[in-house]
Design a binder for this molecule. Structure first.
Ligand code: NAP
Ligand code: G4F
Length: 344
C-alpha cells in the first residue's frame, strides 16, 4: 500500500512539531505550511527538516498563510494530500483581545478557506480542525463533553466556535470526512513561551539557578485540565483514522489551579514557597522571605474562563485513546528540558 501524505497548517507550532514526528514515524510523507517571518520560526522542527534538494527526506515545507486564500488553494492543489490537519491559529487567548480582527481572520476564516479548497480540489481529502475547550468558556456543566453547550469568552473562543460549526456544516453539506477535535490545554517542552505553564516552569527554573529574581503572573485561581501534547497528537491522528468523521473531546479529566501548578513545579525543583495575601495581592516568598512570585493586573483578561475539566469517555470508547502522561510527568519533562537549556 502506498504511503499516505499529510498536509499540516501550523507545522511550526507545538502540536505541528509533535504531529509531524508522529506521522513520519508511521511512514507518512509530511508537508507543512510555514509563514514567512523576519526571523526564523522553524526551531521546533529543525531536527526533522533537511532540504530535499540536499537530502531526500519525507518532510517538506511550503510558504503559506491561512489568511491568504491563494496560497491555501495552491498548496492543497499541488500536494493533493490524503489528510489535512488545520493547526494554524493565533492561539493566544489574551492576545486575541488585542488583535480580534486578525484572530478572527486566521482562526475562523482560515478554516473555511481550507475547507473550500478541499471541496474544489478533492472531496476525498480528510480534514482535521483543531478545536478548543475555550469554546466551553463560561462552562454550563462539569465536566464538559461533546454534548455540552458552548459559551466562548474571548475573540479566540468565538473564532474557534465558527470553525467548529463550519467543519460540521461542510461535513453535512458536501459529505466531507471533516472532524473536530475539542482539545483541552496541552503543554510540553515545546509550548510557546507566553503560555502560563511554560512561563511558570521557565521562570522557576531560572529563579532556582539564580538567573531571574521574580516571576510576574495574572490570575492564580483559574483551573485547567492540562495534558501532554505528545499524547494529544496521537488522538488527533486517531480522529482522522476513525471509521466515520466525528467530533471528540480530548482531555485528562483532572484539573488544577494555576497556584496548584506552581506548587507542583516548585516541589519538583525543591523550592520552598510561602504564600501570603489574597487575589491580585497574593505573593510567594522563599525561605529567606525573598519575593519570588507576584501578580499584576496587566495579565488579567477582560473576561476569564474560570474552570475547564473534560470528559474523554467518547474518545476512550470509540478511538481507544486515553492520556498516558500525568501532570507530574509533564512537569518533569518541561523542567528537564528547561534546565538543560539553561545550563548549556
Ligand atoms: P501554537 O504553538 O501557537 O502554533 C500555532 C501554529 O499556527 C504555528 O505554526 C503558527 O505559525 C501557525 N499560524 C499562526 N497564524 C497563522 C496563519 N495566519 N497562517 C498559517 N499559520 C499560522 O499552537 P499549538 O499549541 O501548537 O496549537 C495547535 C492548534 O490547536 C491551534 O490551532 C490552537 O488554537 C489549537 N489548540 C491548542 C491547544 C493547546 O492547549 N495547545 C488546545 C486546544 C486547541 P508561527 O510559528 O509562524 O507563529
Ligand atoms: O496558558 P494560558 O494562556 O492558556 P489558555 O488561555 O487556557 O489557552 C490555551 O488553552 C486553550 C485550550 O483551552 C487553547 F485553545 C489556547 O490556544 C491556549 O493553548 O492561560 C491559562 C490560564 C488563564 O486562566 C490565564 O488567565 O492561566 C492564567 N494566567 C495567569 N497568569 C496566565 C498568566 N496566562 C498567561 N498566558 N500568562 C500569565 O502570566
Amino acid at each position: 500500500m502506498k504511503n499516505k501524505t499529510a498536509l499540516i497548517f501550523g507545522v511550526t507550532g507545538q502540536d505541528g512539531a509533535y504531529l509531524s514526528k508522529l506521522l513520519l514515524s508511521k511512514g507518512y510523507n509530511v508537508h507543512g505550511v510555514k509563514r514567512r517571518g523576519s526571523t526564523l520560526n522553524t526551531y521546533r522542527i529543525d531536527d526533522i527538516y533537511s532540504d530535499p534538494l540536499i537530502k531526500k527526506n519525507k518532510f517538506y515545507l511550503h510558504y503559506g498563510d491561512v489568511t491568504d486564500s491563494i496560497s491555501v488553494f495552491n498548496i492543497i492543489k499541488k500536494i493533493n494530500p490524503d489528510e489535512v490537519y488545520n493547526l494554524a491559529a493565533q492561539s493566544h487567548v489574551a492576545v486575541s483581545f488585542e488583535i480580534p480582527e486578525y484572530t478572527t481572520n486566521a482562526d475562523a476564516l482560515g478554516t473555511i478557506r481550507i475547507l473550500e479548497a478541499i471541496v474544489r480540489v478533492n472531496k476525498k481529502i480528510k480534514f482535521y480542525q483543531a478545536g478548543s475547550s475555550e469554546m466551553f468558556g463560561k462552562v454550563v456543566e462539569k465536566p464538559q463533553n461533546e454534548k455540552t453547550p458552548f459559551y466562548p469568552r474571548s475573540p479566540y473562543g468565538v473564532a474557534k466556535l465558527y470553525s467548529h460549526w463550519i467543519t460540521i456544516n461542510y461535513r453535512e453539506s458536501y459529505n466531507l470526512f471533516a472532524s473536530n477535535g475539542i482539545l483541552f490545554n496541552h503543554e510540553s517542552p515545546l509550548r510557546g513561551e507566553t503560555f502560563v505553564t511554560k512561563k511558570i516552569v521557565k521562570g522557576l527554573c531560572k529563579i532556582k539557578l539564580k538567573k531571574q529574581k521574580k516571576l510576574i503572573l495574572g490570575n492564580l485561581y483559574s483551573k485547567r485540565d492540562w495534558g501532554h501534547a505528545r499524547d494529544y497528537v496521537e488522538a488527533i491522528w486517531k480522529i482522522l483514522q476513525h471509521k466515520k468523521p466525528d467530533d471528540f473531546v480530548i482531555c485528562t479529566g483532572k484539573q488544577y489551579s494555576i497556584k496548584q501548578f506552581i506548587n507542583l513545579v516548585a516541589k519538583q525543583l525543591k523550592l520552598k514557597l510561602f504564600w501570603k495575601g489574597k487575589g491580585i495581592n497574593e505573593k510567594a516568598y522563599d525561605q529567606n522571605d525573598k519575593l519570588i512570585i507576584e501578580c499584576n493586573k496587566k495579565y488579567l483578561r477582560p473576561s476569564e474562563v474560570d474552570t475547564l475539566q473534560g470528559d474523554y469517555s467518547k474518545a476512550k470508547k470509540q478511538l481507544k485513546w486515553k492520556p498516558k502522561i500525568n501532570i507530574n510527568s509533564l512537569i518533569k519533562d518541561m523542567i528537564s528540558y528547561e534546565l538543560k537549556l539553561l545550563k548549556r
